[in-house]
Design a binder for this molecule. Sequence first.
Ligand SMILES: [Zn+2]
Length: 180
Amino acid sequence: MQRRQFLSALSGVAVAFATRSYAGTSPGNDKVTIMQFSDDGKPLGRVTLAKVRKDAEWKKILSPLAYEVTREQGTEHAFSQPGYDRHEPGLYRCVCCGNALFDAKTKYDSGTGWPSFWQPIAAENVREITDHMFGMTRTEVRCALCDAHLGHVFDDGPKPTGLRYCMNTVAMRFVAQHKL
Ligand SMILES: [Zn+2]
């Protein structure tokens, strides 16, 4: 196992991703504190967990598109994925690791064709990284627990935050809140 991780770390892509992923954290810090939520959206408290790393396995676990989006910073086509316009009550979890990301209560119709939220379920559950690629300043949003690329956040959202978390449908797994 050790050897396999070492070998995968040798690949240029893995090294590039790892370097970028650590941008906001101290070197060697492989733990992250997140807020855990039950499937019906109740906060269960903060926990400190080791970051989820499955470099060799993501491809087997994820659909090709989910892999491209979450592990290679891709973007699904607008209006293309079933569920982008879903508005049922429930919880959105990371498709890779299950970390709770958004409550459906904060989802709104942005008209963009991507699921849009005005706030993450807990600030510590996502990580925001500002980049200046292509001459634009953009803020990327990642899962704090496994570093999955989720989408970007913009400042043209609705009240109360004025933010628009523009996510990829395939980066999240929806857990419907069933009526009791
Ligand atoms: Zn994740």
